[in-house]
Design a protein around this ligand. Sequence first.
Ligand code: SAJ
Length: 420
Amino acid sequence: MNEFDLAVIGLGYVGMPLAKEAAGAGLRVVGLDVDAGKVDALNAGQSYIDDLTDADLDQMLKNGFTATFDEAVLARADTIVICVPTPLDDDHRPDLSAVEGATKAVSRHLTAGTLVVLESTTWPGTTDEVARPLLESSGLVAGRDFHLAFSPERIDPGNPKFGLRNTPKVVGGYTPACLDRAAAFYARFVEQVVRVSGTREAEMAKLLENTYRHVNIALVNEMAIFCDELGVDLWESIEAAATKPFGFQKFLPGPGVGGHCIPVDPSYLSYTVRKLGYPFRFVELAQEINERMPAYVVARVQRLLNRHRKAVNGSRVLLLGVTYKPDIADERETPAVPLARALRELGAELAFVDPYVKDWRVDGSNVPREDDLAEAVAAADITVLLQQHSVFDLATIEERAGLVLDTRGVLAEGERVERL
Ligand code: SAJ
């Protein structure tokens, strides 16, 4: 009998909700991370995860959860789940270094009968072609001596309705026996397990989910640009289209696509397709359109100021909401950074308001933070609404602001207020 039912590698926004649900279901859970700071914070009951309160963590610690950076614990766990980041490198190519590092650690301590699951979002074939050889360098054989599966994470930071337990969990096994073992594991604390025939189908399901969003966001972004020129209120047309009770899902234009999923995951798919010798055109086009949105916002700022006989150069430009989406503190890939960079190059005097961001640096230099929304919008030559955090009082913005460019379509348009 192993000391642990589950070892989670990677104690971030995916690993910790998994550890929490498993511990809550009575599993004996240990967390492994290479970041000693995270390990110490967790063992001290201090959560750094948006969706995990200190009270949640306290309950986990009471349920026997511990965090460690000693990889030897992996030899004492029935199941090992890898939840490490899969970012893109500077050339926009998949960076599997964290996955490889974690998998090598597992291989160094792999024991017969263990179930190993990869949850990190990655290109179809990674589990079989990258993880399995590394694990088998232990001398154990996948499907015979240990079980191997892939199950995509579907954690949506800040989502009040869906968490790990009530979000269906897709699982693909290297063999049918691997699938049975992995499905039984997740069934202990997830309401619905969705079995697919192999690890590639599970890897692909995740990439389809997020590529679908990426492409449809790009669609409405591109439409926003030409609808402005056509004099069509796209925001109204989208709301009207959304009344269709079937066959349509609403997406809204914005200042660009941020986060650790949507701008990243589709590139894992286009990278794989390119290996076949041709491009995945939808993704590459969507990437180009979404990445162009910050520059388009700058052009609209210039036009609105110009209509009021002002130049960007020397104007006070206030950015409201610099995270990547409303009501969370995450700034990864936020479109506010390229936007701020371009406005600075045009000579704008920048400031920002964001209750989730205490200090904000763009290219190493600090952007002044305003605490009082009403005063800040009144003092600015133009306000750009980027993320409509719930705490922002929209009426105050409409009443007190000089000029406003609303990139989220939540303000009433008027002489001084334009929507993207
Ligand atoms: N965005 C738009 N227009 C839209 C929707 C999003 O511009 O209509 C922008 C957002 O402002 C943000 C970016 O796209 O910058 C991504 O937004 P998102 O709503 O997709 O949020 P994420 O990145 O947190 O995506 C996560 C994903 N969850 C997982 O990968 C497990 C995604 O699959 C979820 O569908 C999404 O949350 C969600 O539904 O909230």
